[in-house]
Design a protein around this ligand. Structure first.
Ligand SMILES: [Cu+2]
Length: 145
């Protein structure tokens, strides 16, 4: 009986996790001495319920924040948010000039061509890991804090 319960739990959990898919995770390479970097990815939710990204972490930085970008006239400002909604049946894009992950207090600069692990925690789907590719320093527009 006990193993059946365990098996059911495992099947339910893996079905749920499969509803969230992380696509094309990447980060911009950083100049020497830089202490922050931006990370981008697409989160696809194929489930019937909305989910939320609650937390992220990586071995290459002390902490990871979720930032949204707001335009106020000529000024572009960034603001930390505590979670990101992922609509049911939708895709949330984190991209340059918009919502992004901010890697704070990098252990060392990110070099083009390197890869690192990123762990993401979702309210419903639980924990997922992504393999992030570091792209060229000049990739797309510049982004300031
Ligand atoms: Cu930011």
């Amino acid at each position: 009986m006990k193993w059946i319960a365990t098996l059911l739990f495992f099947l339910c959990f893996s079905a749920l996790a499969a509803e969230i898919e992380v696509r094309q995770p990447w980060a911009r390479a950083t100049p020497p001495g830089a202490k922050v970097a931006a990370g981008y990815l697409e989160i696809r939710n194929s489930g019937k319920e909305a989910d939320r990204l609650l937390w992220a972490s990586t071995p290459v930085a002390k902490r990871v924040e979720m930032h949204i970008t707001q335009r106020d006239g000529e000024v572009v400002k960034m603001r930390e948010v505590k979670s990101l909604d992922i609509p049911a049946g939708g895709t949330r894009k984190l991209e340059p000039g918009g919502t992004h992950l901010m890697l704070i207090e990098l252990a060392q600069p990110l070099k083009q061509g390197e890869r690192f692990r990123l762990r993401l925690r979702f309210e419903r789907a639980g924990d997922l890991e992504a393999d992030v590719e570091v792209r060229a320093l000049g990739a797309r527009q510049e982004h300031r804090h």
